[in-house]
Design a protein around this ligand. Structure first.
Ligand code: FES
Ligand SMILES: [Fe+2]
Length: 349
């Protein structure tokens, strides 16, 4: 990890996988927060997550078999239920079988919300920032999810995500905005649970994406951007009686690699027709963010003193304050107190 970053937060829910990538009877191995995890879906459709290590002799369970009910370890055939409890040790004679319920693979709490599988890392789910529920999209699943790996810590990835000043220089694609369109912006922010919100406002007049929405669905009524710990941001747009929402989640894979999942939801059927067009746009956009984060690593290796300056960097400073407060509240065993105060921020973008 670079010297400017601190370890990923524990006692938090992290986005693990889009629901559609985990079919009944599947198990998907994944490294998350430096831990080997196996994410599965039983034949009833319930998702679960276990440490991907057999408690017998430590081989990863992913090399075994899952029949939709139990995982069988490849090495000596020990069997485990999705809860992690051992159900059979076929190589022992009956008289030698221990109380099997005492043999367990550690399991993680899992929630599946709006087409995303979230896994809890830590001990106290009660005090954790809740898994976000996108307003007006209850029961909806994303219409597309783009996944990409960033070559940086979750801290630098979050700072990149909430940074309003880079768009003009990094996201220069013709379909997004003209590089000449930089102008003064003033946006009002308010504290929100475990984070902050850019309160609902008319969308940027210099964004071509908004112009397209305007053309297809009518005048956008307003957009709101919510950030919450540990690394969740969503932009919620109301337009012509419909909703469009971009949910971006950051999940630490290791201390210096972060997976980003960008899920896009919409309720207007006409947008579904345009999905083949959105796909390359979303990928281009995320690639631009990924490339700049990986270039940044070259400088960070030398441990420079960084300069977070003025209103464009206030959201980055807020992120670090929120993260510090969350850690301190855990250490002091007290409730989290949101340190953010309502404020208008100004910048040029
Ligand atoms: S290592 Fe898994 S059953 Fe032996
Ligand atoms: Fe970006």
């Amino acid at each position: 990890m670079d010297a400017q970053s601190t370890p990923p937060l524990r006692d938090a829910w992290y986005y693990a996988l889009p629901s559609e990538r985990l079919k009944k009877g599947d198990m998907v191995p994944k490294n998350l927060l430096g831990e080997p995890v196996i994410i599965g879906r039983d034949k009833e459709g319930k998702a679960f997550a276990l440490v991907d290590i057999c408690p017998h002799r430590g081989i990863p369970l992913r090399f075994g078999k899952f029949d939709g009910c139990e995982i069988e370890c490849c090495y000596h055939g020990w069997r485990f239920a999705p809860s992690g409890v051992c159900t059979d040790i076929p190589t022992l004679i009956d008289e030698q079988k221990p109380e099997l319920t005492k043999v367990k693979v550690r399991s993680y709490p899992v929630q599946e919300v709006q087409g995303g599988i979230w896994i809890f890392f830590g001990d106290k789910p009660e005090t954790a920032p809740p898994v976000p529920v996108l307003p007006g999209l209850e029961g909806h699943e994303p219409k597309m999810v783009v996944t990409m790996m960033f070559d940086g810590s979750i801290d630098h990835s979050v700072v990149g995500l909430v940074d309003p000043a880079h768009a003009t220089f990094i996201h220069k694609a013709w379909f997004w905005r003209s590089p000449k369109s930089i102008r003064n912006k003033a946006k009002k922010f308010a504290p929100s649970p475990f984070g902050f919100t850019m309160v609902r406002h008319p969308p940027s007049a210099n964004s071509r994406a908004y112009k397209l929405l305007n053309f297809l669905l009518g005048k956008p009524e307003g957009t709101e951007i919510v950030f919450q710990l540990p690394g969740v941001r969503y932009e919620h747009i109301r337009v012509g009686g419909h909703i469009m929402c971009h949910l971006t989640t950051l999940t630490p894979i290791t201390e210096f690699e972060t997976e980003i999942n960008h899920s896009v939801f919409w309720t207007a059927p006409i947008l579904t027709l345009l999905r083949p067009l959105f796909w390359p746009f979303a990928r281009t956009f995320l690639r631009q963010d990924r490339d700049v984060i990986s270039q940044q690593q070259e400088g960070l290796k030398h441990n420079p003193q960084l300069l977070l300056l003025g209103d464009p960097d206030v959201q980055a400073r807020w992120y670090f304050r929120l993260k510090n407060e969350f850690v301190r509240a855990q250490e002091e065993n007290r409730p989290f107190v949101n340190p953010i105060k309502e404020r208008t921020l100004q910048w040029r973008s």
